[in-house]
Design a protein around this ligand. Sequence first.
Ligand SMILES: C[S@@+](CC[C@H](N)C(=O)[O-])C[C@H]1O[C@@H](n2cnc3c(N)ncnc32)[C@H](O)[C@@H]1O
Length: 302
Amino acid sequence: MWPLPDSDPFCVSSGAKIFATTESQFNNVTMNTPLNPNKALWEKGDFTRIAGTMRESGEALVRQLGITKGLRVLDLGCGDGTTAIPAAKLGADVLGVDIARNLVEAGNRRAREQGLTNCRFQEGDASNLEQLPDHSFDVVISIFGAMFAPKPFEVAKEMVRVTRRGGRIVMGNWIPNDPTLVAQILKISSNYTPPPPEGFVSPMTWGIEGNVIERFAGGGVPAEKISFARDTFTFNFAGPPSAYVDEFRKYYGPTMNAFEAAEKSGRAADLQRELEELFNRQNKSKDATSIPATFLRVTVAV
Ligand SMILES: C[S@@+](CC[C@H](N)C(=O)[O-])C[C@H]1O[C@@H](n2cnc3c(N)ncnc32)[C@H](O)[C@@H]1O
């Protein structure tokens, strides 16, 4: 088992329940209604700013999945459609499900703007897809999506339940302690973040093959139906690495959390410096930012 950090920027509340505190939060919830921290994390900031730097790899990945016209595809934790929209462009009937209302709206807007009538987005939680019937999709895709839902055993069970027999699940999961970008952002950020509440399961555990096997076994899928490959996603940003760090600081919920915690302890400048060093070190472009990151691609034959 890989050692995992004992603090985690993917966890917004450190133990206590969080409550609606801002005007916009009050628009959607009654006063003192506990918020879902998982939803709050991803509705924070604006993930579309980061997603915009992931489009080429999203398209390249989808091209490899054998998507054909009429295939029923579910994209779980779809964000604003980095993989859902390319799948629809290949002719599949695509449903994107995401916990973040702002990202669902952004996905529907993008689909509309691109004239795609075979791609729609709706709110939902990968831990409980009760609104979706059994065996209703040929392919379930979840690229850095379902890994962020709590209750990983429920997530695996739900993904298997909604996939038709003979269908496929394809997950992309970041790998704990990997030397490339995303795992290193987590590692650095975790040194500035308070410990998560007891029982919190780090999303990064989805990047460990043994955990993936165990979770899908809970959904009734034997290990021999699961295959693993290392793959690469490249983040491309038009400005220099330091400006890209600023995008994460301003718009990416987990990094925003890390900076909020670092500001409280007077260490925000250290966090900024460490992230800039990381982004500069990993940058492959001379005049902009291009950073490859390794992930675990999981394919499950259902
Ligand atoms: C790193 S983003 C990736 C988004 C998209 N798949 C992409 O590649 O651009 C993680 C996504 O997972 C979504 N997510 C997190 N927890 C979720 C849950 N419990 N159910 C559904 N979606 C979830 C977030 O809202 C966010 O859109």
